[in-house]
Design a binder for this molecule. Structure first.
Ligand code: 7RM
Length: 668
């Protein structure tokens, strides 16, 4: 189970309240940050006309983007749309690894750095485009030697080491779809994903490093495969990372270092159909079975390559760092495929942001002169909590653009990021998208869009988004509703692996013919998009709609608060009431008075209706391994219900701490 945010929206009992009612909690955020003249003058996309041009002819716009890739054979049709099934660039043939590597090497970029890699213990590697291409060819030949052919699925369960992008690209090179399982997932989750995908080979490592310790991976694979639980798996390829002793099963397991380095370099890239499967990536729903999100070749690469260029304003000498893990879609699209398709130099970092101390990220930015940094709000808030002094010790003047992804970024974190990291100079692109969308959908274009802290601004060119009520009618400004996407786009999911029925029901049944991502949103008077969280995170208090996000934002705007999560609990009078979980900044003391102060603070910022019923102080918040706050769990704690599945907790101990705090009556 990944995340409460992945709950199938159709399973919600009631909508986000009367959508005709104006949202009670209007943001008071009205700061504007227009692009500087200097930024605008050099931006990749600077002509606002691009939106109108793309809207007038979306297929033409996307065909233009696709034509920037290298195709072995041209497509015959741009789009074949049999709702809800899309085919993009049918008839076209291409190879993703060829586009990410071979064509750059052929264009004289072989010696350009593809990745600066840094292990947590401090070991470093520099890998060029031609070096990466050679490694990918050898790994691809090793996979062939293990019996993997075109169409066979390969599971990848690796730490953030160079072998990770190598393995992913080797699969793409030979047309073997990968299914990456984040290294923090349990053996049980790994087994379910391997079986659903029917993977023939598993690529793993002995282990990886996290906060100064090794984390075992191969033993988890052994546990997943034990007692013949994964009958499709023939071999396990094991990268050498920690040197920790692991058992190797005869005839099944083989060390990377024994098999890969000795392979031939000759390995032509397989010409793939545009709609051939590139990868599966599993994401949880409300039912126990995770959904295998299907991404194909031509449209996906078009989407990630194009948005990477426009949103991050990427230039040939940029050094780009996405501080995510390749195990999540952010890493697939914006560590591997989007950057490499553009021939961009990237940074890969293996470990924790606070090892050996909270200056680690800023040291990395300074060492490699990182120009573009893409991170999650939860990480930004962690840095806020640790304090700006760690960033101040380092030269961050190379940074010219910052990105945010994964959840709404509260204005306080936005301003902190902008000031302390971006030196009040670097624009912030707040990018809304999902595993299912494949690529960024709603985001500023940094040379065009005025920024507002906390708003992901407007849908990108070629993306037709709307906010509608229960009946599918567009809502007016400042009336919350459901975010929908009206037209197909190239990087959209093609389905849920092996489950067309669930695909139709989850995404296409609530608003027939339109894609429903499960998020609530509102437009402000300027037509800017404010994401309100998953529709199941929106509360209905006395018939008024309240966004957990806005209450959290209000709490975090208090100087003593580091992080806050708000959930709705049922209340006999108001229907639902907000309950807040609050982590204080280091050194702040918990008191009953402070709880009252924070309740008042929210009332002051948003309105009395939003005042939390109670405030519970916690040393930490329960997060999924991808860093999203588990509001479902908090809701259970708040209602003192038995806990659900906690396997995606970053630290299962946090739950006990919170529970203890709750039971000992520390809450207000
Ligand atoms: C990329 C990723 C998707 C869900 C999505 C939203 C939330 C992501 C933002 C955001 C507000 C953002 N994929 N979300 N980005 N909400 N502003 N910029 O996170 O599949 O893991 O999650 O995350 O609720 O539906 S994901």
């Amino acid at each position: 189970m990944r995340d409460e945010k992945r709950m199938a929206p159709v399973e919600r009992e009631s909508g986000p309240g009367g959508t005709s009612q104006a949202i009670e909690a209007l943001s008071t955020e009205d700061r504007h940050f227009p692009p500087s003249e200097a930024f605008r003058a050099q931006a990749n996309v600077a002509d606002p006309d691009v939106y109108a041009r793309a809207a007038a002819d979306p297929e033409g716009y996307w065909a233009e983007q696709a034509s920037q890739l290298d195709w072995f054979a041209p497509w015959q049709t741009v789009l074949d749309w049999q709702p809800p099934f899309a085919r993009w660039f049918d008839g076209g043939r291409l190879n993703v690894a060829h586009n990410c590597l071979d064509r750059h090497v052929a264009n004289g970029l072989g010696d350009k750095v593809a990745y600066y890699w840094e292990g947590e213990p401090g070991d470093r590697k520099v890998i060029t485009f031609s070096g990466l291409l050679d490694d990918v060819r050898r790994c691809a030949n090793a996979l062939k030697a293990l019996g993997v052919g075109k169409g066979d699925r390969v599971a990848i369960y690796l730490p953030m080491i160079v072998e990770f992008p190598v393995a992913v690209l080797a699969c793409a090179r030979i047309g073997a779809p990968h299914t990456v399982v984040f290294g923090g997932f349990s053996a049980d989750s790994l087994r379910d994903r391997i079986n659903d995908a029917g993977a023939k080979v598993v690529i793993t490592a002995d282990g990886g490093y996290r906060r100064g310790k090794t984390v075992a991976l191969k033993p988890q694979v052994d546990a997943a495969l034990a007692d013949g639980a994964c009958p499709s798996v023939r071999h396990v390829l094991v990268a050498n990372r920690t040197g920790d002793a692991v058992g190797m099963v005869a005839d099944r397991d083989v060390w990377w270092d024994d098999l890969v380095p000795g392979q031939e370099l000759d390995c032509p890239a397989e010409p793939m159909e545009s709609e051939d499967l590139l990868y599966l990536l599993y994401t949880s729903g409300t039912t126990a079975k995770p959904k295998g999100i299907v991404h194909t070749t031509g449209g996906y690469l078009t989407g990630v390559a194009s948005t990477f260029r426009s949103v991050f304003d990427i230039k040939p000498d940029d050094v780009y760092w996405c501080a995510a893990d390749i195990g999540w879609v952010t890493g697939h699209s914006y560590i591997v495929y989007g950057p490499l398709a553009n021939g961009t130099t990237g940074v890969l970092y293996e470990g924790a942001p606070d090892f050996p101390d909270p200056a680690r990220w800023w040291e990395i930015v300074e060492r490699y002169r990182v120009t573009v940094l893409y991170a999650a709000p939860t990480a930004i808030r962690a840095h806020m909590k640790w304090g700006a002094q760690f960033a101040q010790k380092h030269d961050l003047s190379s940074l010219r653009l910052l990105g945010s992804v994964g959840e709404p970024i509260n204005p306080e974190a936005w301003i902190w990021y902008h000031h302390h990291i971006g030196g009040d100079r670097a624009p912030i692109v707040d990018t809304w998208w999902q595993t299912e969308t494949g690529a960024i959908m709603i985001s500023p274009l940094p040379g065009i869009t005025d920024l507002k802290p906390g708003s992901s601004t407007i849908a990108l060119p070629g993306i037709d988004a709307a906010i509608v009520d229960e009946a599918g009618k567009p809502v007016g400004p400042n009336e919350g509703g459901y975010l929908v996407i009206n037209k197909p786009w190239p990087s959209m999911l093609r389905g849920i692996y092996g489950d067309d029925k669930r695909y139709r029901e989850t995404y296409w049944s609530r608003f027939p013919g339109r894609y429903f991502p499960g998020d609530g949103a509102r437009y402000d008077g300027d037509g800017y998009t404010w994401l309100l969280g998953r529709v199941d995170d929106v509360m209905n208090v006395s018939g008024h709609r309240l966004s957990t996000t806005e209450i959290e934002s209000a709490l975090v705007s208090h100087e003593l608060v580091a992080e806050a999560a708000v959930v709705g609990v049922s209340d006999p009078i108001s229907g639902e009431a907000p309950v807040a979980f609050v982590t204080l900044r280091d050194g702040s003391a918990v008191s009953k008075e402070l709880g009252e102060t924070l309740r008042q603070h929210v009332a002051l910022k948003i309105g009395a209706i939003a005042r939390p019923k109670s405030v519970m102080f916690t040393p930490d918040l329960p997060k999924t391994r991808s860093g999203k706050i588990m509001r479902r769990l908090l809701r259970d704690i708040a209602a003192d219900r038995p806990l659900g599945d906690t396997t995606t907790l970053a630290d299962a101990g946090v739950v006990d701490l919170i529970r203890d705090a709750s039971r000992s009556g520390k809450e207000e």
